[in-house]
Write a protein that binds this ligand. Structure first.
Ligand SMILES: N[C@@H](CCC(=O)N[C@@H](CS)C(=O)NCC(=O)O)C(=O)O
Length: 290
């Protein structure tokens, strides 16, 4: 038995990203169940998760239903005290909790004007006063956290913590909408874009379900400002270096080509998520370097 986590479209569901990072970035196994937002899929799936109404919703191995991302963070931190969801140092821990709580409840201007969309990046979105004021508050909070905790890492309270997981979707919005922030804040954004769990989620988001029109904006586009992925492409057939999937060990049914070499997987999603960012996947990279 493991944890179950109901999530929305990975490209668009900012709360689902937070919820999933609380597992993946801390080495906690989870089985995800994806429902497409703006359809009846989520409501249908959540019939088995009363009283949940939104994604993410966690079910613990013994069957407790935990919706609300902040509750998921607290419950996982209590159950897995060595995973490091909250900093061990009391002052850093208190700071991290303040950050996560304010993110959970606030930044409505930014969240509504700039919905998360991991599939695009725009040159400019003409941010409103509400967005600019939310960005200023974020910068103030992030600087305060670094000063208070004397963090010497990329992250706000020392090692990557649940507070950073809470800000990952904000970092993605700054990248997507090219929002104006200080050099210090941009360095924090870049740390998120390069974080291996974030890269894995985004790689899945690039290939997980259709583009949703309600998240589309007609601003001019630019390339994604995060790490550039290796140039993989899908190919037909199963004539690959490996006979079994690097993730499941099952026989190869889908293939990609990278740098003239052919690799196989046991389903289209695992092939496509690897194609979207090969370096995000340690098991694939181990195969690539073998
Ligand atoms: N306060 C909730 C917010 C979750 C939330 O609003 N999730 C969105 C997806 S990002 C959702 O499920 N929307 C579908 C709906 O509201 O019907 C949390 O912390 O988890």
């Amino acid at each position: 038995m493991t944890y179950d986590l109901v999530i929305g479209d990975r490209a668009y569901s900012s709360w689902s990203l937070r919820g999933w990072l609380l597992f993946d970035a801390f080495g906690l196994p989870v089985k995800t169940h994806r429902a497409q937002l703006d359809t009846d899929e989520l409501a249908t799936m959540l019939r088995d998760y009363f009283p949940a109404k939104t994604a993410p919703t966690m079910r613990t191995p013994e069957g407790s239903v935990v919706p609300e991302t902040i509750a998921i963070a607290e419950e996982l931190a209590t159950r897995h005290p060595d995973a490091g969801l909250w900093p061990a140092d009391p002052q850093a821990r208190a700071t991290a909790r303040v950050l996560a709580a304010e993110m959970h409840a606030g930044f409505i201007g930014l969240r509504s004007y700039c919905p998360m969309n991991l599939r695009v990046s725009y040159t400019d979105c003409e941010p409103t006063e509400g967005v600019v004021s939310d960005l200023k508050r974020l910068e103030d909070l992030w600087s305060w956290a670094r000063r208070t905790t004397k963090s010497s890492t990329h992250w706000l309270c020392g090692a990557y913590s649940a507070a950073d997981a809470f800000f990952a979707p904000v970092a993605s919005r700054i990248a997507t909408y090219n929002l104006p922030v200080s050099a210090e804040a941009m360095a924090y954004v870049n740390a998120h874009l390069a974080h291996s769990s974030f890269r894995r989620w985004r790689a899945m988001g690039m290939v997980d379900g259709p583009d949703q029109n309600c998240y589309r904006r007609d601003y001019p586009r630019r390339d994604w400002p995060g790490p550039v992925h290796l140039p993989a492409r899908t190919i037909s057939g199963t004539d690959t270096e490996n006979a079994t999937c690097p993730y499941s060990g099952k026989p190869v049914t889908h293939a990609l080509e990278l740098h003239g070499r052919r690799f196989g997987f046991c389903n289209a999603f695992c092939r496509d998520k690897t194609m979207a960012d090969p370096e995000a996947w340690p098991k694939f990279m181990a195969l690539y370097h073998s």
